[in-house]
Design a protein around this ligand. Structure first.
Ligand code: GLN
Length: 532
């Protein structure tokens, strides 16, 4: 019989609810429990796939090809529980399903309403992840308590607690304690108001996790407990981390969050085994080496647009006891200034995925710089496509070669749409999405990294390498080191004579974890450490 934890947020957005939920998931897993994580997002888009990165940050792709919220990335980096298309529901997805059922006549003539039809749909989405092999479901409710948008979700989880029994359901509320430097005080009033809103809806939180810059005194804890109607030991301090988000589980354990959860559910307490995690943290805290990677992209000013890439580089650093510094470079700046000054001294160059032609020539120039000056290079998705364009233009002499995404009439369409994408007009969920197999060619850098001949990696793109150009590329010295099992799709390219020049059509960053860095990132960072 699964137990359910609901994580809500109050006072302000961007408190790190997803990270906190993921850290709790990790702690419970280390007690031997089987955890499944889920996120509800109160916006009307069916998924974030069609949203601009400036609105939403990175779109995280699951193994089964769902385009989801980036919090699912935190879930997968912290826990081992599976995430899939049932792990992320938006208001749009919920309504879409209710409206389809209405059209099919499934409501038998009744008036379809927010309560009970939308709330029932939300509850069934929670049940959907609670399969037999799951002990704890953690559902994060996006948005902030008090928003109009999140009301149906809060109503649904209130009903859920009543129906399942309060010993099977736990409500955790994450809130902010602002520090006013003028008076030197940590303030509790916004938290009191936020909990007040929850209680009006009928949700009595069992635990308050308080985000704070400063430590909170026992006196303040008692005050929060009294005004918010929670036991004093369930007022948890979550201070800003010192050096990494990966400290969070250890911090929450110190506050006995795991013990409180187990007690609430009547599960016998045994010590959580965090040893592997602590070894990882030690390498992160006291690195022995350092390297600097230039990331050349279009959304470089946004912290969340390339979230999983930054995380994966950090994980790779952990494997080598090295600190990986990021030099974030706007691709358009390279178009204006040339690559020399902006890239000088960087020990590796990474061009991430992307859409649209802004900055594309800057990315191609950065790749040329990496190839000619033998700087380790890693191209991901659009980054690989740009590497092929650069190679065609500057090595094979195919002037103005391009991807048909940017130059539909190019004489040398080295990247183009393949059959299945040709007739696609709708934008949402129509790309090549999710995990596909890839066969690795032996004796290559790719094979050296993966140490296996067959891998599964996640995709999110429409365009592919155009096979008409295979022969010319091979004769020119590019190696197709990873291909779809039937050989029809190029999945990876590399330049054999170069210290490390690898491109992949898929997104390896979605499969890296701090304790299991992705092999391609690990080898890229290794090459960058060797670069003088
Ligand atoms: N825009 C390219 C395509 O659709 C690359 C996509 C990506 O980098 N995710 O193929």
């Amino acid at each position: 019989m699964p137990r359910y934890i609901f994580v809500t947020g109050g006072v302000v957005s961007s408190l790190g609810k997803g990270l906190t939920a993921a850290a709790i998931g990790l702690l419970l897993e280390r007690h031997g429990l089987r955890v499944r994580m889920q996120k509800f997002d109160p916006y009307i888009n069916l998924d974030p796939g069609t949203m601009n990165p400036s609105q939403h940050g990175e779109v995280y792709v699951t193994e089964d090809g769902a385009e989801t919220d980036l919090d699912l990335g935190h879930y997968e980096r912290f826990t081992n529980g599976m995430v899939n298309r049932d792990s992320n529901y938006t208001t749009g997805k919920i309504y879409n399903s209710v409206i389809s059922k209405e059209r099919e006549g499934q409501y038998l003539g009744s008036t379809v309403q927010v309560v009970p039809h939308i709330t029932d749909e939300i509850k069934s989405c929670i049940e959907r992840v609670a399969s037999e092999d799951v002990d704890i479901v953690i559902s994060e409710i996006g948005g902030t308590v008090g928003d109009i948008e999140s009301l149906p979700f809060l109503e649904a989880i209130r009903q859920f607690g009543l129906e399942k029994g309060r010993d099977k359901v736990m409500y955790i509320h994450l809130t902010l304690l602002p520090y006013l430097s003028a008076s030197g005080e940590v303030k509790t009033k916004p938290t009191q108001h936020s909990v007040g809103r929850l209680r009006e809806i009928g949700i009595l939180p069992d635990m308050l996790i308080c985000r704070t810059e400063k430590s909170i005194s026992p006196e303040l804890r008692r005050k929060i407990a009294l005004f918010c109607n929670v036991p004093v030991n369930a007022v948890i301090e979550e201070k800003d981390v010192d050096y990494s988000i990966y400290e969070l589980p250890v911090m929450l354990k110190r506050e006995q969050v795991d013990a409180l959860v187990l007690k609430h559910f009547g599960i016998k307490y045994s010590e959580a085994d965090l040893s592997e995690w602590i070894v990882m943290l030690e390498s992160l805290r006291t690195p022995k080496l350092e390297t600097e990677i230039a990331i050349v992209g279009k959304y470089i000013e946004l912290t969340d647009a390339y979230k999983s890439i930054y995380e994966s580089l950090t994980h790779a650093g952990i494997a080598h006891q090295a600190r990986v510094k990021f030099r974030k470079i706007q691709a358009q700046d390279i178009e204006r200034e040339g690559p020399e000054r902006l890239l000088a001294g960087s020990k590796g160059i990474l061009v991430p995925g992307g859409f649209g032609d802004r900055g594309i020539e800057g990315k191609i120039e950065a790749i040329r710089y990496a190839r000619e000056l033998r700087v380790p290079f890693f191209g991901i998705c659009l980054g690989m496509q740009c590497a092929c364009v650069e190679f065609a233009r500057n090595v094979l002499g195919m002037e103005a070669a391009h991807s048909t995404e940017f130059a539909p009439q190019t004489k040398y369409p080295v990247i183009s749409l393949l059959g299945e994408q040709l007739g696609v007009l709708k934008k949402g969920g129509t790309m090549r999405l999710g995990a596909y197999p890839c066969r690795i060619v032996s004796g290559t850098r790719a094979a050296e990294a993966y140490a296996q001949g067959f891998v599964q990696e996640r995709h999110r793109h429409r365009y592919e390498f155009n096979n008409e150009f295979r022969g010319a590329f091979e004769r020119g010295g590019m190696k197709f080191c990873g291909n779809s099992p039937d050989g029809s799709l190029v999945e990876m390219v590399e330049l054999p004579g170069h210290p490390w020049f690898v491109g992949c059509q898929f997104h390896p960053e979605f499969k890296s974890k701090p304790v299991h860095p992705h092999p391609l990132f690990r080898e890229f960072v290794r090459a960058s450490l060797a670069h003088l």
